[in-house]
Design a protein. Structure first.
Length: 275
C-alpha cells in the first residue's frame, strides 16, 4: 500500500498536525479485500495528554480536499465515545474517511479484551452495536503509515496473537442470544410485528457471525459483509450465506415461522461446531 500516491499524500498532509501520534490505513484496503472504488479509511491516533489540534487538521484537510469550501472536521467526541470524530473527504475524486482514535482509550479497551472482558454499545452505523473487541481487530489489521514513536507497533503486541480468553468470552457472550432472539421473533410473529421480527432475526444472524469469527480466532471489525466472510472461514457452517438468504426471503414472504425454523437449523449446526 505504501506505493499508493494518494496514501503518500494523505500521510504527509496529516502526520504533521499537532497531536497526531500515528496515521494508519484501516478498513478493507488494509486487509487486502478492497477494490478500486473502496473508501480510504485513515485513522489518526492521538493521546489524551496531547489533544488533537482540530483547527490545524481542518486546514490540512482543506489543502487536499476536492472542495475545500465544503470541508469540515468534527470536534473530538462529536460521534460518541467509541468513534470519537473525524471527517468525510473527497480527495482526487476518491472517498476518504478520517477517523480519530484516542490511543489511551483504545489501549484500555484492548487490555480488557485480552483479559476476556467485552462490551457492546449502541453506535450509529453499527446496527448490532459497537463491540469493544473491534479495537483489537482494527489494530491487528491496520497498516501504519506514520508511527515514529512505535505506538501502533506496541498496540499490535496486545492484539497478536489472538487471545484465548477473548475467544471464550465472545462465544459465551453471543451464542446464547442466537436462540433467545429467535424465540423473541416467534413471539412477535404471533402479533405480526414485522419490524420486531426482522430486528430479532438480524440480531440472531449477527451473533452467529460473532461466534464463527471467535471460533476461528479472527477479529470481526465490521458487520458489513461479516456473514459472507464467516461463510468462508475454515470452521464454518455449510451453505451459511445461502441459508441466511433463505431466512430473509421467508421474512419477505411473510413466512415467519419457517424463517425462524431456518434460523434454528443454523443455530443447531453452530452448536455442533462449538461443542
Amino acid at each position: 500500500m505504501s506505493h499508493d500516491p494518494l496514501l503518500t499524500r494523505l500521510t504527509s498532509a496529516f502526520a504533521g498536525v499537532p497531536g497526531v501520534e500515528a496515521v494508519v490505513l484501516g478498513g478493507s484496503r488494509a486487509r487486502g479485500s478492497g477494490h478500486s472504488t473502496s473508501d480510504y479509511d485513515v485513522g489518526l491516533y492521538f493521546k489524551t495528554a496531547i489533544p488533537l489540534d482540530t483547527e490545524r487538521l481542518l486546514a490540512a484537510a482543506k489543502d487536499i480536499a476536492d472542495d475545500p469550501a465544503a470541508t469540515t472536521v468534527t470536534p473530538v467526541g462529536e460521534w460518541g465515545p467509541w468513534i470519537v470524530g473525524g471527517a468525510w473527504l473527497s480527495v482526487e475524486g476518491r472517498k476518504v474517511d478520517l477517523l480519530y482514535r484516542n490511543a489511551d482509550a483504545v489501549e484500555a479497551a484492548m487490555e480488557s479484551s485480552r483479559a476476556g472482558v467485552v462490551t457492546m454499545d449502541y453506535q450509529p452505523g453499527h446496527p448490532h452495536g459497537f463491540c469493544s473487541a473491534i479495537w483489537m481487530g482494527e489494530i491487528a489489521y491496520c497498516q501504519p503509515l506514520h508511527d515514529p514513536k512505535g505506538l501502533i507497533a506496541q498496540l499490535k503486541s496486545i492484539a497478536l496473537p489472538y487471545p484465548q480468553a477473548l475467544r471464550r468470552a465472545l462465544i459465551r457472550r453471543f451464542q446464547w442470544e442466537i436462540l433467545f432472539s429467535i424465540e423473541n421473533a416467534e413471539l412477535a410473529a404471533a402479533r405480526d410485528e414485522r419490524t420486531h421480527i426482522a430486528g430479532c432475526l438480524y440480531r440472531s444472524l449477527a451473533c452467529i457471525a460473532q461466534v464463527l469469527f471467535a471460533l476461528n480466532e479472527r477479529y470481526l471489525i465490521n458487520e458489513k459483509g461479516a456473514l459472507q466472510e464467516a461463510a468462508g472461514l475454515p470452521l464454518t457452517i455449510p451453505q451459511l450465506e445461502e441459508q441466511a438468504n433463505t431466512v430473509w426471503r421467508l421474512i419477505g414472504d411473510g413466512a415467519f415461522a419457517p424463517a425462524c425454523e431456518a434460523l434454528r437449523r443454523i443455530d443447531r449446526q453452530l452448536k455442533v461446531l462449538t461443542s
